[in-house]
Design a protein around this ligand. Structure first.
Ligand SMILES: NC(=O)c1ccc[n+]([C@@H]2O[C@H](COP(=O)([O-])OP(=O)(O)OC[C@H]3O[C@@H](n4cnc5c(N)ncnc54)[C@H](O)[C@@H]3O)[C@@H](O)[C@H]2O)c1
Length: 247
């Protein structure tokens, strides 16, 4: 059985990714720190007919993560796809951000990605059959920066560097590692802005395509990267941003 792990599955993009990978015929292992939203996604994914294992895990908790991946292996089988998606994005002026806030962002967006890739990679290398791949969710902000999001932007650039390093190292074992770099999708994340409507107008203004992207459109690219049509694609980052940044 093809088994996909999606972190941050309770969030806007994670939910769309989970549903899409279920529609692709995979069993889904879903995790998030927020129980209510995780259960909602799990119910939605179950309604597609897919097998689902869902567990509340804080990505900062190494032991809980290891237990989760072991439960996935014993409950569903070895992981064949991992989508490192969960992230936090506190807006704090750089000159005012204290190290504890920086460490919190790093712990989820960088160390969390690293730990999940390692735990999934070990299962992929040690017995999972067929195509195996990891997709790291980056961000358009890594190209041009974003005010008051320096810690977040730093981790997103790091996710792409990690993607390349792991693609290089795990390729000989047949494990592909890629990234998607979302532009600005219309999600709950937008509520951090004082005037979400003005923000939305600004996004459309900057994009080449004059409409907002949908989470399902990002999920389609994750589906491609984790699927058989991308069997010879590794170490790459696909920008999904309606033609805002062209990298
Ligand atoms: N929404 C966008 O337009 C956009 C743009 C660029 C990049 N991204 C990236 O896409 C991904 C998903 O973004 P989203 O908009 O769906 O965000 P979201 O906030 O809706 O979802 C993120 C999820 O991660 C979970 N999470 C946070 N901390 C966690 C922890 N310690 N342990 C486990 N789970 C934790 C949250 O509970 C949440 O459900 C992120 O990596 C984000 O950086 C999103």
């Amino acid at each position: 059985m093809s088994v996909a792990v999606v972190t941050g599955a309770g969030g806007s993009l994670g939910r769309a990714i989970a549903v899409r990978l279920a529609e692709d015929g995979r069993a889904l292992a879903l995790t998030d720190v927020d129980e209510a939203s995780l259960r909602e996604t799990a119910d939605l994914v179950r309604s597609t007919g897919a097998t689902v294992l869902d567990r509340v895990v804080d990505l900062r908790d190494e032991g809980a993560l290891a237990d989760f991946f072991e439960a996935v292996r014993s409950g569903l089988g070895p992981v064949t796809a991992l989508v490192n998606n969960a992230a936090i994005y506190p807006t704090v002026p750089f000159l005012e951000m204290d190290v504890a806030d920086y460490d919190a962002v790093h712990a989820v967006n960088q160390r969390g990605y690293w730990l999940c890739a390692q735990l999934a990679g070990r299962q992929m290398a040690g017995g999972a059959a067929g195509d195996r791949s990891i997709v790291n969710v980056a961000s358009i902000t890594m190209h041009g920066g974003w005010e008051q999001l320096a810690a977040y932007v730093t981790t997103k650039g790091g996710a792409v560097a990690m993607t390349r390093a792991l693609a290089r190292e795990l390729g000989p074992a047949g494990i592909r590692v890629n990234a998607v770099s979302p532009g600005a999708f219309k999600t709950a994340a937008e509520e951090i802005y004082d005037d979400p409507e003005a923000y939305s107008d600004m996004v459309v203004e900057r994009q080449s395509l004059k409409r907002r992207g949908t989470p399902a459109e990002l999920a389609a690219v994750v589906s491609f990267l984790t699927g058989p049509d991308a069997a010879f694609v590794t170490g790459q980052t696909i920008e999904v941003n309606g033609g805002w940044v062209m990298a």
